[in-house]
Design a protein around this ligand. Structure first.
Ligand code: DAH
Length: 360
C-alpha cells in the first residue's frame, strides 16, 4: 500500500472511531490543521518536478477531499446522536396537567372569603368598614353599651379577662364587635353607616362554638333612620349573600342592653339530608340580633337622642360561612389543616365582587 493510501486508511479509521465531536475535531486538526499530516503532504507538492506533481497532485488532493468529506459526515452523525440523546432525557409530556404557580396554589380561608363577600355587598349599599382592637376596656365592651355594673347580661358573655391593673380596672378580649359602635360614634359625626367585621372571644367550645370567632356588626345613625330601613338592608343582604331571589325573614322580639326595641332575625329555610336551602321550606334559622340603638348608648357616645337615632345589628360570620358553604364543624375552621383548606378554601384570584359574582 502506498504511503498516501496508508495514511488515508489510518485517518478514516481515526475518524470512524471518534466518540464525540471534540475527538473528531482533534483528528481534523491532526490531519487538516496548519501542521497536520495532510497539510504537510500538500506542502511537498511545491518541491516536486512537474511530472511527479501530475501524479502526486491528484493523489494528495484526493486524499484531502475524501478526509474532509469523511469528517463532515462523521460530524453530522455525531451531532444527530447527541441531539437524540438529549431529546431522550429531556422529554416533556404535554398531556400532563399544568402545575399551579405558588400564587395559585395557596387558598383563601372561608372566613376571609365570606368577609370579602359581605364587605362587597355592604360597600355597594354605601357602608364603610370600621375596625377596633381585640383587647378592649370593660367600659367600651359593656358599660357604654348600657350593660350596668353587675347586670346579668355581662355574665352571659363568658368573658376572658386580663389580670386587674393597680387601679382595679381590667382589660378583656372583646366579646362582640359592638364596642366598635361606641368607638365609631365617639369619633365620627352622623350620618354614620359602617360595618365592623372582626374577631371576638368567649370562653366556650363545642361543635358550633370556638373561643375565638368572628362577627360583623352594622351601625347606621342619622336623623330619620328607622326599623323599616334596617329590615330592607338585612333582606337585601341575605338575598345577595345567599345568592337567592327571595328570602323570608322573621323578626322576633328579644333583648340586648344596647338596643330598644331589640329583635332576633330568623330566615326561612329547608333542611334536606344535612343540606340547607334558603328561600323555601318550613324551617326557621336564627342568624342575627339587631335593634334600634338605645338612647342611653347614644348619650354615652355624645349624641343627643332627641336629634339622632339609628339601628345596629350583629351577625356571626363563621355561622353564615358554614351555612353558605356547607361545613358542619366550626372547630375545623381554626385547626390550620392544609387538607381542609385545600378542600374548602377559595382560589386567590377569584376575588368576590357583585359584578363578577360573589362565590366562584
Ligand atoms: N353584640 C351582640 C352579641 O354579640 C349581637 C348584637 C345584637 C349586635 C344586637 C347588635 C345588635 O348590634 O343591635 O350577641
Amino acid at each position: 500500500m502506498s504511503d498516501i493510501a496508508q495514511q488515508e486508511n489510518d485517518l478514516l479509521i481515526a475518524i470512524a472511531s471518534a466518540k464525540d465531536e471534540a475527538g473528531l475535531e482533534a483528528v481534523r486538526v491532526a490531519a487538516l490543521g496548519k501542521s497536520g499530516s495532510v497539510s504537510a503532504l500538500l506542502k511537498t507538492l511545491g518541491a516536486m518536478t512537474p511530472d511527479q506533481r501530475k501524479v502526486q497532485g491528484p493523489a494528495i488532493n484526493g486524499l484531502k477531499d475524501r478526509v474532509t468529506a469523511a469528517i463532515a459526515a462523521a460530524k453530522d452523525a455525531l451531532g444527530a446522536a447527541t441531539l437524540d440523546a438529549r431529546l431522550r432525557t429531556e422529554t416533556v409530556d404535554v398531556t400532563l396537567p399544568v402545575r399551579d404557580a405558588p400564587v395559585e396554589a395557596g387558598r383563601v380561608h372561608p372566613i376571609s372569603q365570606v368577609t370579602d363577600e359581605l364587605t362587597a355587598i355592604f360597600a355597594d349599599m354605601g357602608f364603610a368598614v370600621a375596625e377596633g382592637p381585640d383587647i378592649e376596656t370593660d367600659d367600651y365592651n359593656f358599660t357604654k353599651l348600657n350593660f350596668p355594673e353587675g347586670h346579668p347580661a355581662r355574665e352571659m358573655h363568658d368573658t376572658f379577662y386580663f389580670s386587674p391593673k393597680p387601679d382595679g380596672s381590667r382589660l378583656l378580649l372583646r366579646t362582640h364587635t359592638s364596642p366598635v359602635q361606641v368607638r365609631t360614634m365617639l369619633t365620627q359625626k352622623p350620618p354614620i353607616r359602617v360595618i365592623i367585621p372582626g374577631r371576638t372571644y368567649r370562653s366556650d367550645s363545642d361543635q358550633t362554638h370556638t373561643p375565638m370567632f368572628h362577627q360583623v356588626e352594622g351601625l347606621v345613625i342619622d336623623k330619620g333612620s328607622h326599623l323599616g330601613h334596617l329590615k330592607w338592608i338585612l333582606e337585601e343582604f341575605c338575598k345577595a349573600f345567599f345568592e337567592v331571589d327571595s328570602v323570608k325573614m322573621r323578626f322576633r322580639p328579644s333583648f340586648f342592653p344596647f338596643t330598644e326595641p331589640s329583635l332576633e332575625v330568623d330566615i326561612q329555610c329547608k333542611r334536606d339530608k344535612g343540606e340547607i336551602r334558603f328561600g323555601e321550606g318550613e324551617d326557621w334559622l336564627e342568624i342575627l340580633g339587631c335593634g334600634m340603638v338605645h338612647p342611653n348608648v347614644l348619650r354615652n357616645c355624645g349624641l343627643d337622642p332627641a336629634e339622632y337615632q339609628g339601628f345596629a345589628w350583629g351577625l356571626g360570620i363563621d355561622r353564615i360561612a358554614m351555612l353558605k358553604y356547607g361545613m358542619n364543624d366550626l372547630r375545623a375552621f381554626f385547626e390550620a389543616d392544609v387538607r381542609w383548606l385545600a378542600h374548602y378554601g377559595f382560589r386567590p384570584l377569584d376575588f368576590p365582587t357583585l359584578a363578577g359574582g360573589l362565590s366562584p
